[in-house]
Design a protein around this ligand. Structure first.
Ligand code: ZN
Length: 447
């Protein structure tokens, strides 16, 4: 089966799609790492009336009202309580992940040589390492301070400009770079330049000195940090009709944005079931953290929603038996330079619509019934759907779908928008696909 890019011909729809893509680009720009993405999603949800819950306090919920709960600042679950209790009508859930592959600053990062202070980083997940060289890199994440009252205080930090660099070795000193591919040893060659001692950077404790200045606190108050590199170049469009978007972290912040937008825009709509969006952390490192998809975060929140509305344990199991999950994580589009890397009959194109991912070995949660639910949702809003399977002679990637579906025992489908350069510092996807996916997720949750 050959796919082709679809064009949104209706001018009003096209304008709507472009506005949505602009909003996605602004979201990506404001979200250099996952804690910022969660803060942005929280802002969107609050603007349309979602109320924050704390996991440490009782859930006191009312039918028809919207809520959200965060875990450790990097994962978020938002939901609109249905008109019936979960035991009577179940949950419709969309899942995605907030983290992206990259580089995390080591706890004792500084070293000085040649008059430069440079930082050591650990590889987070599976980035295309070479794409991070010769970029204007920034630093972003969370800094943990000793509060005035003795508590640990969390502050979000983002450098205001390009701060760091990972310069390449010249071709004259690495003649094999274009033949064997650019390879960097993660222990010895990933030294990120922070600045020069001659320009006033202290030789010891340079990072804490810099953070203290940026956050306007005493250095002694900085207890610890979770900081990552990011590319400071703003997201942008390309193509004759600006039909492509370029940004870091499209995998999987584009799906977080689609899911949260779909839920926020329809917060006031009625449904008998409870609509849920779960954005997990740690997918790129196996999901085994307290805020990852293998944790108890989503199962406990779902059970507590039911309990708050009078469902008992029996009711919770009845709820799960009527529930379904769309796991949204981006897919690979067929690449013009490497068409042979795609399975020829299941080779999605950019701007051809959302992709349903299947794997007979269970790497994806999709089965025929789950796929049918997604196709029905897409059909209701006239969105084209594409199919993906891996070439039969390559190993499949995996995502949160099968973990969540197995844990909860619910029907599921793995989907995502097609993109190029997955895990590059700057990925590429289709402008119109974002609209297609958002409308389909909305249709899945509300119709
Ligand atoms: Zn992903």
């Amino acid at each position: 089966m050959a796919y082709s890019p679809a064009t949104i011909s209706d001018p009003r729809t096209r304008a709507d799609a472009r506005t949505l893509a602009d909003d996605l680009l602004a979201f990506l720009n404001a979200s250099p790492v996952n804690a910022f993405a969660v803060a942005e999603m929280e802002h969107t949800l609050r603007e349309v009336g979602f109320t924050e819950l704390s996991e440490a306090r009782p859930f006191e919920l009312r039918h028809g009202l919207p809520y959200y709960v965060k875990r450790h600042d990097t994962a978020l679950i938002a939901f609109v309580v249905g008109d019936l209790s979960p035991a009577e009508a179940g949950f419709r859930i969309v899942g995605a992940h907030t983290d992206s592959p990259g580089f995390k600053i080591k706890p004792n990062p500084e070293r000085v040589s040649q008059g430069l202070v440079h930082l050591g980083v650990e590889v987070y997940g599976g980035p295309l390492i070479a794409t991070w060289t010769d970029r204007d890199l920034g630093l972003a994440g969370r800094v943990f301070l000793l509060g005035e009252d003795g508590r640990v205080e969390t502050r979000l930090y983002r450098s205001s400009h390009g701060l760091l660099s990972l310069p390449n070795l010249a071709i004259h000193q690495n003649r094999e770079a274009n033949d064997g591919g650019l390879k960097l040893n993660p222990q010895t060659e990933l030294r990120v330049v922070l600045g020069s001692v001659s320009d006033g950077l202290p030789e010891e404790g340079a990072l804490r000195w810099l953070l203290a200045q940026a956050l306007d606190v005493d250095t002694e108050r900085i207890l610890d940090y979770d900081l990552f590199l990011y590319d400071t170049q703003a997201p942008s469009y390309s193509g004759v009709s600006q039909e492509f978007i370029h940004s870091g972290r499209l995998d999987d912040l584009a799906m977080c944005h689609a899911a949260v937008t779909a839920l926020a825009e329809t917060a006031a709509a009625n449904s008998s079931w409870t609509r849920v969006v779960a954005c997990f952390d740690a997918e790129e490192v196996g999901s085994r953290t307290p805020q990852g998809a293998q944790s108890w975060f989503l199962p406990s929140v779902l059970e507590r929603i039911g309990a708050s509305l009078g469902d008992d344990r029996e009711g919770h199991y009845r709820a799960l038996a009527q529930s379904s999950l769309v796991s949204a994580d981006n897919a690979h589009g067929i690449h013009p330079g490497y068409p042979g890397k795609a399975e020829p009959d299941h080779a999605p194109v950019l701007n051809g619509g959302p992709v349903i991912k299947s794997h007979a070995g269970g790497a994806y949660a999709t089965d025929g019934y789950g796929a049918a639910l997604f196709e029905r949702a897409a059909k209701r809003v006239s969105v084209p759907v594409q199919r993906f399977v891996n070439r039969s002679d390559v190993r499949s990637g995996g995502t949160i779908g099968s973990m969540v579906a197995t844990q909860l025992g619910i029907l599921a489908v793995d989907v995502g928008n097609p993109q190029y350069a997955m895990h590059s510092v700057r990925e590429m996807a289709g402008t119109w696909d974002h609209w297609y996916m958002t409308r389909t997720l909305q249709s899945f949750m509300t119709r």
